[in-house]
Design a protein around this ligand. Structure first.
Ligand code: BGC
Ligand code: NOJ
Length: 825
């Protein structure tokens, strides 16, 4: 069952009924000011930091799930009836409803008793504000006397404190109202030099700034007293809960329309110029007034929207594909790329599943996210990499998280997750291959942000690699530390205290738990290091013989995997604290794990045929119609020596769900062994668009990846959870675009190395790479099960192999890639 449809031409998802199984959300903002908005206008906004500069309040885990947001009410003066044109919060039975989630904007339209309304929400580029444009049309044969009420709940900035510290917060709220603008200035009198405002383009019939006055005692958002009465209370907040509501009257003749613009924004003044007149307690509004005035004009709103469209044209113009499969095209060209940009901006901070107050940026998460956006915003990717590397510890290890505002590593989740530093290498090599900017390797980057500790960026990569080599266990495999990619495989934790964090609890000392997964990752990373050193300019930063050293390290790691990481039919997952295998047929549960099957093959292990065998085992034991599950059988009881993984009920999260982040590793591994059918089949199983028709099962948004889909051992097999902020976005993008479609940046040029399903004849793509535009046509020379590109014709000249040589900036290059059968047909 569907709840909407894709409108690819407009790059929108159109939701056709308000009561989706879960809130189906979108993001507003591209730079500093962000908001989450649901299909019924729920959600909240913040400036830069979802916790410390929260503009509007949101109550998590609410009932209904999605309550509180950017609400408006319409009231019919003839009979006093009122409703929300975005359905929530009055939940009126609307004659028509439609929500269009577009790229950084959302439009919700509806009709009730002949009155049509359209609410557009977006954040113009270069601003720290959001625009709401409400259009109302009287479709009745008679005149309509209408009232519009807006409504936002102001947060007291620190969202954590806001939700807990009432003895103070109910006493500090302050506002100013000037003309049609409500200013929220709590704590501005003391140390803050920032405030929020909520402006309206029309003269007001009234306003409210005190929540209680607006709602009335014992009332909720579904029937505020003020709206019911049709008259604002003109309340001024002194403490309690500051709120913003405008009241505008509209008299519309039959067929007549009106437009009301609201602007909700954030502004700062310099510390010594906060008040006007100086010495007063009144906000200095000299700088903000013209901004407000500008964005309240209809023409500015149109221009702002156009600017946003052009921004996304530029972003998405870097890669566009046209394949025989509509789900692939729509995800690669629009939604997956968009989701990658959202993970770039938000990391794991603010979604309907991440409260925005809990987590910093993850070292490994941010490094992997970069793989999905580096081609769209290379300069910002460079800055991000430097930020991440600046938090690296001198040992080469990493804090697991850092704070976006301070850019400092934090000890909240601690360190010693031994996979962390290796992801940085993948990020940096991806960046360099994309841009050819080798200068970044010379950039002076500190350790742990300590002044004086700066070393060339390349040194950070070297220490990342050495960090693994210096921490090998009894089988010659990398020691696992806290947990490798899988945060919940806590082999050294032994936690038996309720509520204790599995990630932070002191590890039992003397561990020699080892990870086969990190071994695979290491082999991949060491290969990338060798290629980097051998690339243009490598000699200027690497030591003589360094490339060989990395290749040898990769080779011996693969040997250790072959000797101790192989279980007979698949790769083992790890060795536990006691040296017992994890992910082995010798175990009762958790006999096979997905992560090492994908990653070891990506790292070149199993070239002797074991790779194929491991992937066959994945197919036999882990693949389900809803994707590849993380482990089988799921753990049915808590196991002290394994930790959090066994804390989840079978089929959920890291215990036997389809953890969407890992599936692309298997897709990539299948391309390594030339199986385009298998790779693409797995791709389609979790492609959200391809799952749209089973939305009643999937339940999360059909336009973005979710972190997890319940596995067959769970009661809700196929149900997705934790949508939007997940490493699944970047890795699925990499798997489909770089490995299945095979358009892959390399040091010396652009590789065109697709591994396609047998049924495809080819596909077309446009890729902007290092300033040149490559128009690529892939065709299969003959049918057949397996084929790889044998030669290219580049601007009419034959080139053997699959590497398109670099073209000068500004050039347009016509590439034909001919795919010829490999292996037995
Ligand atoms: C979640 C993981 C997450 C970890 C650290 C666990 O509860 O299942 O996905 O990485 O917490 O925050
Ligand atoms: C989510 C975390 O953000 C990520 O770092 C981790 O790899 C996965 N969960 C798997 O545990």
């Amino acid at each position: 069952m569907r709840y909407g449809r894709f409108d690819d031409a407009r790059r929108e998802y159109v939701i056709e009924q308000p009561a989706t199984p879960t809130p189906w959300v979108n993001y507003l903002g591209t730079e500093d000011y962000f908001g989450i908005i649901s299909n019924t206008a729920g959600g909240y906004s913040f400036y830069r930091d979802a916790r410390l500069r929260r503009l509007t309040r949101y109550r998590y885990n609410n009932a209904p799930f999605d309550l509180g947001g950017r609400y408006m009410y319409l009231r019919d003066g003839s009979n006093g009836e009122f409703w929300s044109p975005t359905w929530q919060p009055t939940q009126t039975d609307l004659e028509a409803y439609e929500c269009r989630h577009g790229l950084s904007y959302t439009v919700i339209s509806s009709r009730h008793q002949g009155i049509s309304a359209e609410a557009l929400y977006f954040v113009p580029l270069g601003t720290s504000l959001e625009v709401w444009r409400l259009r109302v049309r009287n479709g009745r044969p008679v005149p309509a006397q209408l009232s519009v009420f807006s409504s936002v709940e102001f947060c007291l900035w620190d969202a954590q404190d806001d939700a807990t510290n009432f003895q103070r917060n109910f006493n500090i709220a302050e506002v100013e109202v000037e003309g049609s603008v409500i200013y929220h200035k709590t704590e501005y009198r003391e140390r803050r030099n920032h405030f929020a405002y909520f402006a309206c383009s029309m003269p007001l019939a009234g306003f409210d700034t005190q929540r209680e006055a607006f709602l009335g005692p014992y009332r909720g958002w579904d029937r505020p007293t003020v709206v019911e009465r049709g008259e604002s209370a003109n309340s001024i907040a002194h403490g309690w809960a500051p709120h913003g509501s405008h009241h505008v009257r509209l008299a519309l003749a039959p067929g007549e329309s009106a437009e009301v613009i609201f602007v909700l924004g954030y502004a700062e003044n310099s510390k010594d110029d906060k008040f006007d007149p100086a010495g007063s307690q009144t906000i200095n509004k000299r700088a903000v007034r013209p901004v407000i005035e500008h964005w309240l004009k209809p023409a500015s709103v149109e221009e702002g929207l156009q600017g946003l469209r052009e921004y996304w044209d530029r972003m998405l113009g870097k890669l566009a594909v046209s394949t025989p499969d509509a789900d692939t095209d729509r995800m690669v060209n629009i939604w997956n790329a968009y989701q990658c940009m959202v993970t770039f901006n938000l990391s794991r901070s603010a979604s309907f599943y991440e409260s925005g107050i809990g987590r910093g940026m993850g070292f490994r998460d941010s490094s992997q996210d970069l793989l999905g956006f580096v081609h769209m915003v290379p300069e910002r990717a460079r800055e991000r990499m430097v930020d991440i590397a600046s938090t690296q510890l001198p040992s080469g290890g990493a804090y697991h998280q850092y704070q976006p505002l301070t850019k400092r590593g934090n000890d909240e989740i601690g360190s010693g997750f031994n996979d962390d530093p290796l992801w940085l290498v993948l990020a940096v090599t991806a960046y360099v291959k994309e841009t050819g900017d080798y200068s970044v390797l010379h950039e002076q980057v500190p350790y742990d942000n300590v002044a004086g500790s700066e070393a060339p960026f390349y040194d950070h990569l070297r220490r990342s690699v050495n960090y693994t080599l210096e921490r090998l266990g009894p089988h010659g495999l990398p020691l696992i530390g806290r947990a490798d990619w899988n945060d919940c495989l806590n082999l050294n934790c032994f936690s038996d205290t309720p509520g204790e964090s599995f990630q932070v609890t002191e590890n039992r000392s003397g561990s020699s738990a080892e990870s086969v997964f990190i071994a695979g990752l290491f082999a991949l990373v060491a290969g990338e290091m060798a290629a980097l050193v051998e690339s243009e300019g490598g000699s200027s930063w690497a030591a003589p013989g360094e490339a060989e050293r990395y290749r040898e390290a990769a080779t011996s790691m693969r040997a250790a995997v072959a000797e101790h990481g192989w279980d007979g039919r698949w790769f083992r997952r790890a060795y536990d604290f006691f040296g017992e295998p994890v992910g082995s047929s010798a175990n009762d549960e958790g006999q096979i794990f997905v992560e090492p099957q994908g990653m070891c093959v990506m790292g070149g292990a199993g070239a002797d045929g074991r790779a194929r065998q491991a992937l066959d085992s994945v197919r036999a034991k882990l693949a389900t119609p809803h994707g590849i599950v993380l482990n089988q059988p799921s753990y049915t009881r808590y196991q002290l020596e394994l930790g959090e993984i066994s804390s989840y009920p079978p089929g959920y999260k890291e215990n036997g769900s389809v953890f969407c982040h890992t599936n692309p590793w298997v897709m990539i591994a299948e391309t390594v062994v030339d199986d385009g059918d298998a790779a693409f089949d797995y791709y389609k199983r979790i492609n959200p668009s391809a799952r749209e028709a089973i939305s009643e099962v999937h339940r999360a948004e059909p336009y973005v990846y979710a972190q997890t889909i319940a596995g067959p051992d769970g009661a809700t097999f196929g149900e997705a959870k934790n949508s939007w902020l997940t490493g699944a976005a970047a890795w699925n993008f990499v798997a489909i675009s770089q490995w299945i479609l095979g358009i892959r940046p390399d040091h010396a040029g652009l590789q065109v190395d697709p591994v396609l399903p047998a049924a495809w004849d080819g596909f077309d793509a446009v890729r902007v790479f290092r300033g040149a535009t490559y128009r690529i046509k892939v065709c299969k020379v003959a049918g057949g099960q397996k084929s790889r590109v044998g030669y290219l014709v580049v601007d009419g000249k034959r080139v053997d192999g699959n590497l398109v040589p670099l073209a000068p900036e500004g050039a347009t290059v016509i590439v034909e890639a001919f795919s010829t059968p490999v292996g037995p047909a």
